[in-house]
Design a binder for this molecule. Structure first.
Ligand code: DLL
Length: 436
């Protein structure tokens, strides 16, 4: 472990620490951030009335729109001169939001990313290729600082130029690859085209996150690269990567609870759900100085994994994030996440692990079509074989998800590859289309 004394704290000691940090944090935001003061006042709440962790339920939620309306720096809790770094969220669901860090925030973030890398099995002897994008995205610099903090040899390649990624991986003897799972697949595919056998290289660990991915996808990438793939989670508004990470047990992601308070709520009633039940993840930062967020609704869907973890860490675990509420498709009344479709597709022989869910309009009705590439071993002009494969895919989806969707098989390499977050849903319904 990177910080064993913290990572194995007793629940009692941890909760004491959380409560004292929470109270300090609430008092700070009340004084320094007008939006929080207004929300607290409207709720008739004073920060000092929070006397237990359970009292957090009395605190108003924060949503993405709050950050948007305060664009760019309106929710910072420190003067600009104390901010040493800004990043922004990817903006895939609207205008970007800006997040800030004090020097202390960058320090803590580096520790938490070093913690993440150690959780994944890395040590100071590793050679880490950081292929998350550098820039406003938190992935690149987050992983970079963590890897340096760990003392590993850090290679800041950033995303893109995939054949060069492969060359560097081979020439430098890279042992840890940090990127999105979908980009890992593209790297593996490119290596194969270059005649380089990744499993025979020293590469041993993948530190993958920033997008939903299925267990079946993990198996694919592990096989293609000869590695152990670890799921890491985070979001810019809360810090970036380094909020939660799988350990060697790979049974849920340990939430770094000394810095982040996690709640799972029912997104309709907004009440907390019991441990083990699925809901929306809500975070409160306990130590962030520049941009503290209080009860931030992430829109990510997960649940608490109950019980103790064999790795010895006492931080509670959250299950891998299935998807975001904004990516959820409602197909004839059934809720479906793209990652669930992925899980089904990856188990079928003859198709490649590349897919996209395409939304169109048929008359006034929304139509959903799953586009999936046939594998390179299939003859694309073998009509009969294709037909039977297509039926097989449609039947597998219908069997697993209890809803039938149209399936279209497409030629190898025709679905756009991603160097960062994959775009799994393509909305072609045009202007005026309602929310998904
Ligand atoms: O994606 C931070 C990050 C970078 C995490 C590198 C892990 C690795 P944002 O761009 O703000 O930040 O996007 C955050 O991405 O709310 C989730 O919906 C999704 N996400 C992140 N990690 C995972 C994961 C970074 N492991 C949003 N599984 C989050 C599923 C993930 N979804």
């Amino acid at each position: 472990m990177f910080q064993p004394e913290l990572e194995t704290m007793s629940r009692e000691a941890l909760e004491r620490l959380q409560l004292s940090r929470l109270r300090t944090q609430l008092a700070r935001v009340y004084v320094n951030v007008p939006l929080y003061r207004r929300k607290f006042d409207e709720a008739g709440l004073r920060p000092e009335q929070i006397e237990s962790l359970d009292d957090i339920r009395r605190v108003p939620f924060t949503v993405k729109d709050d950050l948007r309306s305060a664009y760019p720096f309106g929710m910072f809790a420190v003067p600009p001169r104390d901010v040493v770094r800004v990043h922004s969220s990817s903006g895939t669901t609207g205008q970007i939001t800006v997040v800030g860090y004090t020097r202390g925030d960058v320090e803590r973030w580096s520790d938490l990313m070093a913690r993440t890398l150690v959780c994944a099995g890395a040590t100071a002897d590793d050679i880490v290729q950081v292929t998350y994008g550098y820039g406003l995205f938190t992935g690149g610099l987050g992983a970079h600082y963590g890897s340096e903090r760990l003392g590993a040899m850090t290679i800041p390649v950033s995303g893109g130029n995939t054949s060069r990624q492969v060359q560097i991986m081979k020439d430098f003897g890279v042992t840890v690859l940090a990127c999105t799972p979908s980009y890992a697949l593209l790297i593996a595919e490119t290596a194969a085209q270059m005649g380089i056998d990744v499993p025979s290289l020293p590469l041993r660990i993948g530190v993958f996150g920033a997008e939903p991915w299925s267990e079946a996808m993990r198996e694919q990438v592990e096989k293609a690269m000869g590695i152990r793939a670890i799921d890491i989670y985070g979001l810019s508004e809360v810090m970036g990567p380094g909020v939660a990470s799988e350990c060697s047990e790979r049974h849920g992601l340990h939430v770094f609870e000394d810095h982040f308070l996690i709640e799972i709520i029912d997104p309709v009633t907004m009440e907390p759900v019991p441990d083990g039940e699925q809901g929306e993840v809500v975070f409160t930062t306990l130590t962030k100085e520049a941009l503290p967020v209080i009860r931030y609704r992430t829109r990510d869907i997960s649940r608490i994994v109950t019980g103790e973890c064999a790795c010895g860490r006492t931080f509670r675990r959250m299950e891998r994030v299935t998807g975001r509420t904004d990516d959820m498709l409602i197909i004839r009344g059934v809720n479906v996440y793209p990652s669930q479709i992925e899980q089904v597709l990856m188990g079928i022989e003859g198709i490649a692990p590349h897919y996209q869910v395409v939304l169109t309009k048929r008359g006034s009705m929304d139509a959903v079509e799953v586009h999936v590439e046939v594998g390179p071993e299939m003859e694309f002009d073998e009509i009969r074989e294709l037909e039977s494969l297509q039926k097989k895919v449609a039947a597998a989806i219908a069997g697993a998800l209890a809803v039938s969707v149209a399936v279209k098989l497409v030629e190898p390499k025709s679905i756009q590859r991603s160097e960062g977050k994959a775009k799994r849903v393509l909305d072609l319904r045009g202007e005026g289309a309602g929310p998904r």
